[in-house]
Write a protein that binds this ligand. Structure first.
Ligand code: FRU
Length: 401
């Protein structure tokens, strides 16, 4: 579980579901009307809070009636609103969204007449209290200053930046972030045909950052600093229900996974699965609710770094749990050497000095941190790492793939 501060936009969304996209000047009856809270950062934080993180939003709000509704909605999402800046001048940002039930497309008309967070307001936040800062690439007046203090005062904590739309001068800020997430809207607006060519050009601007670019059904491209550009295929989805907030969900999945010390490839894979799950359902509520969620694997109190805990998930998967540097690691209980459980012959011995654990069958040693076999018959192969969520009671849940 991490403390995450998101800096960006909070919006009141009015969503009309229609059975086809209207023609210009057509009068069409909607089958459903929903009033939701939205905005990219607010949505990403909501998903992160469902993934077990403690989230806070830094955003601006108006002083009108709708602002009360907006703040209540954010609180309901279990997002801390301590760092919300109220402006007397301006009105609550609104989006009117047409959701086409035939293909899940969402067409957004956005209204905004509200100042963005001021630099002075942001500068008073104790950002050192957070484990991760995630910025929306907007507020070009103050974003450079905010990123600058974040970069200056934070040594360990990652800074991520979402680049959804082109904005004058934003490219100069890229080196300030550890993780840059580009949308295909930005890519196409900048004249790129796919994420690969976009990232190639971005590698020159931000050689020390992790780069990710999503491109709808074409999948996502990603690269670590100095690394080659790789591609993640998009999951095929039989029935697209609702794409609103899919990108925000992807970003949350990425942050969650990287915070769990997964590598970029694993994180992009997890983020894509989570976004696909979102697209198959309406809204963002109960995104992680599934059959596993009623059945925790274990409680963190049962998991230590001195020995492994082997448990079985609801679908019969045997799972190895162990603590490493304060975080819970979960691996499928299957040795890649002969596809047998690691505890087939005896218990899984842990060596706390070199942080490895040993398969009891043919003495393969695996790093506790990432599951890589560092000695033994399956050298350089890895245990399958599993995604988990820890709730506020310390119960550990397996997330479905
Ligand atoms: C979805 C969303 C909506 C919001 C709009 C803002 O990604 O955040 O919730 O109204 O985009 O641009």
């Amino acid at each position: 579980m991490a403390k995450i501060l998101g800096i960006g936009n909070a919006v009141l969304d009015t969503l009309f579901t229609v059975n086809h996209y209207p023609d210009e000047n057509e009068e069409l009856r909607a089958s459903q009307k929903q009033q939701l809270v939205g905005g990219n950062i607010n949505n990403s934080l909501y998903v992160l809070s469902q993934l077990g993180h403690q989230c806070a939003i830094c955003t601006s709000v108006a002083a009108d009636q709708e602002a009360k509704q907006l703040i209540a909605g954010i609180k309901e999402r279990k997002i801390d609103t301590t760092h919300v800046q109220t402006f007397i001048k301006g009105r609550t940002p609104n989006s009117f969204i047409t959701l086409n039930s035939q293909n899940g497309s969402r067409t957004i008309v956005h209204y905004r007449d509200l100042p963005e967070i001021s630099f002075d307001f942001f500068a008073k936040i104790e950002i050192e209290d957070y484990d991760w800062l995630h910025f929306e690439g907007r507020n070009m007046q103050h974003l450079p200053g905010m990123l600058n203090i974040a970069k200056t005062f934070l040594d360990e904590q990652p800074i991520s930046l979402e680049i959804e739309k082109p904005r004058e001068g934003i490219e100069a800020l890229f080196p300030q972030a550890n993780l840059l997430i580009f949308s295909h809207h930005y890519g196409t607006a900048k004249g790129f045909n796919d994420g690969e060519t976009l990232l190639k050009s971005m590698q020159e601007l931000a050689p020390h950052s992790n780069l990710v670019c999503t491109w709808g059904e074409k999948g996502a491209w990603f690269c670590s600093p100095g690394g080659e550009i790789k591609h993640q295929v998009a999951e095929s989805i039989d029935h697209i229900v609702d794409t609103l907030g899919a990108g925000d969900t992807f970003n949350a999945g990425l942050i969650h996974s990287l915070n769990e010390s997964k590598d970029l490839q694993q994180a992009v894979a997890f983020a894509s699965q989570l976004a696909a799950k979102k697209i198959r359902q309406n809204g963002l509520d109960d995104l992680l609710t599934e059959k596993n969620s009623d059945h925790p694997l274990a409680n963190i109190k049962q998991v230590t770094n001195a020995k492994t805990t082997v448990v079985e998930s609801l679908d019969g998967t045997s799972v190895v749990l162990i603590k490493f540097e304060g975080k819970i690691k979960a691996y499928e209980n299957n040795c890649p050497h002969q596809n047998v459980p690691l505890n087939e012959a005896y218990k899984i011995d842990v060596n706390p000095f070199d942080n490895t654990m040993k398969c009891s069958v043919h003495d393969a040693f695996f790093n506790i941190e990432d599951g890589l076999c560092v000695e033994g018959p399956c050298w350089n192969e890895s245990l399958k790492s599993l995604s988990i969520r820890v709730d506020d009671k310390g119960d550990i849940y397996l997330l479905s793939e």
